[in-house]
Write a protein that binds this ligand. Structure first.
Ligand SMILES: NC(=O)c1ccc[n+]([C@@H]2O[C@H](COP(=O)([O-])OP(=O)(O)OC[C@H]3O[C@@H](n4cnc5c(N)ncnc54)[C@H](OP(=O)(O)O)[C@@H]3O)[C@@H](O)[C@H]2O)c1
Length: 278
């Protein structure tokens, strides 16, 4: 069944590759206009050309379609502010200018013993995965509160559902923050009269550039970004708060809640150690 779009614009951070780029493809196919955000402008321009040339747009919204790209470093508060300003400008200039969907996907990891990972890299990670995402979630929510509708998806990770992640400690901690924040906001929204949806996507391994950036190899077989995003969009349509795409990770995260942290942490650490490239 063809899905109707909710509003006009989709904002996607981390749109230059992997999961974010795939959200762009699948949401473009649903008829949305796109604001793509990442640092690598040339990647987003290539994606833009691909989408304008695609035949995926089988909706009735093909007239006056639009894709905007914004190069912003989301580890820098100026980059985060630039994105918020861009969306505000869009709302002033364009009619109708509502933001139907906001996907906070930008993020990265780093692997190794905590004492050996460069502090600067970890702080950058916290700025992108936590601080930037936090500020953008609130900005998206304020926009959607004015509209009284919209969907926000924070891309967390199955890492955020475990009690901790030895040898990828900071990454796991950032994703636990995203899961906790998103769950709490979702509950607040459910207790009010809001139509706004918020959820956290918690995939296990997905075959993207994530590994190269984090300098790891997956210990488990990854799924494709296509499958991951198809699953996510279905979950958003069903208003699920925590979205875990594969049965393996669903089972692993379920059992990790039943067992003591002291039992789970060495197992997670063992899996993480296997990922570290020598
Ligand atoms: N792949 C996996 O196995 C996996 C599993 C669970 C969760 N995730 C999460 O999924 C999200 C997307 O990752 P991916 O797998 O698609 O990896 P990816 O292919 O490396 O994509 C990461 C995206 O984040 C953007 N980004 C990173 N640092 C940024 C910064 N400082 N400012 C702006 N944008 C920045 C990158 O764009 P630029 O480099 O162009 O700035 C890129 O578009 C991340 O939040 C990741 O933690 C991934």
């Amino acid at each position: 069944m063809k899905k109707e779009r909710i509003g006009r614009w989709v904002v996607i951070t981390g749109a230059s590759s992997g999961i974010g780029a795939e959200f762009a493809r699948q949401l473009w196919a649903r008829g949305y206009d796109l604001l793509l955000v990442a640092r690598r402008m040339e990647r987003m321009e290539t994606l833009k050309k691909e989408l304008f040339g695609s035949e995926k747009d089988s909706t009735n919204h093909s007239k006056e379609r639009n894709i905007l790209t914004l190069s912003a470093d989301l580890s820098d508060i100026h980059g985060v502010d630039a994105l918020i300003r861009k969306v505000e400008e869009l709302q002033e200039e364009e009619k109708p200018s509502d933001v139907g969907v906001w996907i906070n996907c930008a993020g990265f990891g780093a692997a190794g013993p905590f004492s050996e990972i460069e502090t600067e890299r970890e702080v950058d990670m916290i700025r992108v995965n936590v601080t930037g995402l936090h500020i953008l979630t609130k900005a998206a929510l304020h926009i959607m509160e004015r509209q009284n509708y919209g969907q926000i998806l924070n891309v967390a990770s199955s890492a955020g559902l475990f009690p901790g992640g030895p040898y990828m400690a900071t990454y796991y901690a950032t994703k636990a923050y995203v899961v906790s924040l998103t769950r709490a906001i979702a509950q607040e929204l459910k207790e009010g009269t809001s139509n706004i949806y918020i959820g956290a996507l918690c995939p296990g391994p997905v075959n993207t550039e994530f590994n190269d950036v984090a300098n790891v190899k997956f210990a488990l077989t990854g799924i494709t970004p296509q499958n991951c995003v198809q699953y996510a969009l279905k979950g958003m349509d069903r208003r699920k708060t925590i979205l875990v795409p594969t049965i393996t990770l669903k089972a692993a995260t379920f059992f990790s809640k039943l067992l003591p942290a002291g039992f789970i942490l060495p197992l997670v650490g063992h899996q993480q150690k296997k990922k570290i490239t020598e």
